[in-house]
Write a protein that binds this ligand. Sequence first.
Ligand code: NI
Ligand code: MN
Length: 227
Amino acid sequence: MKIQFLGHNAWSVTASGYKILIDPFLSQNPAASCGPEDVEADFILVSHGHGDHFGDTLEIAKRTGAAVLAIAEIAGYVNQHGVSNTLAMNLGGSAELPCGRVQMVPALHSSTLPDGTPGGNPAGFLLTLKEGKTLYFACDTALFGDMAILGKRGIDFAMLPIGDLFTMGPDDALEAVKLLKPRCAIPCHFSTWPPIAQDPEAWKLRVESETDTAVRILTPGEMLETD
Ligand code: NI
Ligand code: MN
C-alpha cells in the first residue's frame, strides 16, 4: 500500500493494484508535485466542491476514465460536465471497491462548486483497504466530537488539515489526534498559501509528546509505503 502526497489535500493511494486519487487539485496548486496530466486513477474521491479540492477532477476523469465518487450534488455536477462514470454517495454511506471499502463520513465545513452551484454537504473519507490498512482523510473540517467514533475503527493513517483559517489549526488537529487515536498522522492543508502557513515540525513535536501517535510529514511528491 502506498500513500503519495501530491500537495495541499491531494493524495494518491495505491492498493491491490488500484489507484485512488483524493481531491486532485493540481494545475492551480502552488504546492503540487505534479500536473493533472501526470496522474493515473481508477477512482477519484471528491470531498467537497471548493476549487482547492474539486481541482482537476473533470480533466483527470475524462482522460483516465476513472470513476468519480462524490456526494450526490457533486456527482450530478460532474455528470453535467461530460463525465458519466460517477458514483453518487452521501454521508454515512459506503461503497465497495475492488481494493476495499470507502465510506463517506461527515466533515464540518461548507461546499460550493466552481460555478457557484451548491455542492451539498462536505465530506471526509474512511478507506478500509483489503490489504489491511484503514485510512482516514479528514479533508476540510473543523474538530468534531464524533471523531472519537471514527477512531473506534482502528485507524492506521489519518490525514489531517492543520492550516487553520479554513480548517482545523494545529491546536484542534492535536485534539483530533486524541479522539481518532491513529497509528500515524500526516498533516496537510497548510502552507500552500501564506494565510495557512504552519510549522509541521512543531506540530509533530506536540503530537508525539502528548499522544502515542507518530507523525509523518510528507513533502509534496513524497510517498509512504507500508506492507
Ligand atoms: Ni474547502
Ligand atoms: Mn480547502
